[in-house]
Structure formats: structure tokens, C-alpha cells
Design a protein around this ligand. Structure first.
Ligand SMILES: [Zn+2]
Length: 301
């Protein structure tokens, strides 16, 4: 079972299951980063080509260059049933992709070498994909609420309380494709009686159930691995020292931030890009901050 992630052929052990592109999902729409020079520059623009066209020339030099270019790890919810569902949509698109998917059961999929650009989040300055690597985390977000679902309509909420526990009712076709058989999909934390969280992000109230505990544990390991592989991606999340809170809206200094942040932190909808809300109101930013602080201390001693 592979537990490494890869950039320019360099491997780093993350300590949790990672299904690589040669045995799982292949990013259908890779691009060359214009900030990197160790590939054929014709690969920088659409349309997508055959996988064999994406060659990294001089991988060691490419890696040294990549380390300088990439300083953000951007978190997304995929608004899908599972990573398989998310990948199906990426495959239907002519330009979209994501370096990583994080499935409900905590399985990480890496879809291409991190050298390549995936068009996951343009950010308000349209440079967001050049400086970042991305993860699409399986979560239905507002699609789970019957009254708010837009493209996955249903008569009842997709999470139901059974024997005191909120459970996602995943369609069989997706459930049977999870790596962990019989995995029970339940949120890591719940909010009161109603179960879902509700907070305003970039001007809109986002209502959603939390990610699974397995997703948080894998995401933390993945973040630490990315930091080791691409050290400009610091183990820090947006945090306002004055208020002691984690901002949820687009950051002022979003393009310079070096660390781990959400799609909503870089994109509120300027210059013709869409306004974004992910990874959403349920995401546990304080948990990441706490874990990274402990990790830093341990490393320092
Ligand atoms: Zn997103």
C-alpha cells in the first residue's frame, strides 16, 4: 500500500494510504505552470493532451524550481457524493482537475505529479493555480440539504439521524467503490440538534455537515507531507491574532499567503471569476492550527 506523495519524482512518506495516478484516478486536464520551465511550454495552455505528452525534463532542477513557485495548499469541498463522483465530473470537463482528492473514508488520491498545474481555483487574480497545489475533499456541502440542493435534488436531506448518529445515505454505486468496505459515513462533529453547521462566507450563509474524522486525520498527514516536499507551503492557516478567530472570507493578502488555506480565502469573485465558499462552514480550522503548532514545537526540540 503506497503512503508517499510525489513532486518531480521526489517521494515523501505521509503515513496514510495514497492511491497514485498509476493505480487510481489520472488527472484528465493537466497543464504546465508558466512559472516552471522544465517542460514543453506548449503544455501551458488548453487543450488537454495525452498523458504521455506530459514529461518533466531534468526532474532535479524542475523540483528545485517548483519549490520556489508553490507556496499554497488550497482546500476545497467537491460538492459530490465521493471522490469517484468528483473524478467523473473532472473527466467530463475539458479543463478542470485537482492534484489530490480526499475521499469520505480518508483515502487520498494523487492524480498527477505536483509539478503540473491543475485548474482547480483561479483565485481573484487568476494566478491561483500557478502558486498552489489543491485537494478536493468529498463533501456534499449545501447539496446535502434538500431545500438547498441545486444539482443533486432530493426529497429529503442526504444525512439522516439514525440511533443518535448522523449518517450520509450514499448511493450504492458510490458506496461500493469506496476503498474501505462498509465504511460508515458520519460527520466528525455535529452542531446541536440539526447536525449541520451554518456560517456566512463571502456574503452567503453556507449550511453543511462536517467532513469525516478519517478525512481530517488524512488531511493533517497530507499537509505535513506537502510541507516537507514543498517547504514554502508553511504549516499555518489563516488566523487573526487580534480577534483570535479564523477569517472565512477572502483574505486581503491572499496572493502572498504561504501556507494552507481555503478556496474562499483566495476567491470572492472579482475579474469575472466565481465567488467561492469552500471548504465551507463546517471545516475545523482551529483543529489544523492546533495540530500544526504542536508539530512545530516537536520539530523544534
Ligand atoms: Zn473550490
Amino acid at each position: 500500500m503506497n503512503q508517499n506523495i510525489i513532486a518531480c519524482g521526489q517521494k515523501v512518506y505521509v503515513g496514510t494510504r495514497v492511491v497514485l495516478w498509476d493505480e487510481g484516478f489520472v488527472c484528465p486536464n493537466k497543464r504546465g505552470r508558466s512559472t516552471c520551465s522544465h517542460h514543453d511550454t506548449k503544455l501551458n495552455d488548453a487543450p488537454s493532451r495525452k498523458n504521455s505528452a506530459y514529461k518533466i525534463l531534468k526532474p532535479q532542477l524542475a523540483y528545485e524550481e517548483l519549490i520556489q513557485c508553490v507556496h499554497q495548499f488550497v482546500l476545497h469541498y467537491d460538492a459530490c457524493y465521493s471522490s469517484l463522483h468528483c473524478h467523473q465530473l473532472m473527466t467530463e470537463s475539458s479543463f478542470k482537475g485537482s492534484h489530490f482528492y480526499l475521499d469520505l473514508d480518508g483515502t487520498i488520491y494523487q492524480t498527477c505529479d505536483l509539478y503540473w498545474k491543475t485548474n482547480t481555483a483561479p483565485a481573484d487574480d487568476r494566478q491561483g493555480n500557478e502558486r498552489a497545489v489543491h485537494v478536493e475533499m468529498a463533501n456534499l456541502a449545501s447539496e446535502a440539504l434538500a431545500r438547498e440542493s441545486e444539482w443533486l435534488p432530493s426529497n429529503q436531506d442526504k444525512y439522516q439521524k439514525k440511533k443518535g448518529q448522523w449518517i450520509l445515505d450514499l448511493p450504492k454505486d458510490y458506496r461500493k467503490e469506496l476503498q474501505v468496505t462498509g465504511f460508515k459515513i458520519t460527520p466528525s462533529r455535529t452542531h446541536g440538534e440539526r447536525g449541520y453547521f451554518s456560517k456566512k462566507i463571502n456574503g452567503r450563509v453556507v449550511r453543511m455537515w462536517d467532513f469525516t474524522e478519517e478525512q481530517y486525520q488524512a488531511l493533517i498527514k497530507l499537509s505535513i507531507g506537502i510541507n516537507r516536499l514543498l517547504p514554502r507551503v508553511k504549516l499555518q492557516v489563516p488566523f487573526d491574532k487580534k480577534s483570535g478567530k479564523h477569517p472565512l472570507d477572502r483574505l486581503k493578502n491572499y496572493s502572498n499567503f504561504s501556507g494552507i488555506l481555503g478556496h474562499a480565502h483566495v476567491q470572492q469573485g472579482e475579474n469575472g471569476v466565481e465567488c467561492k465558499y469552500d471548504p465551507g462552514s463546517a471545516f475545523n480550522w482551529p483543529r489544523l492550527r492546533k495540530v500544526f503548532a504542536l508539530h512545530g514545537k516537536r520539530k523544534g526540540t
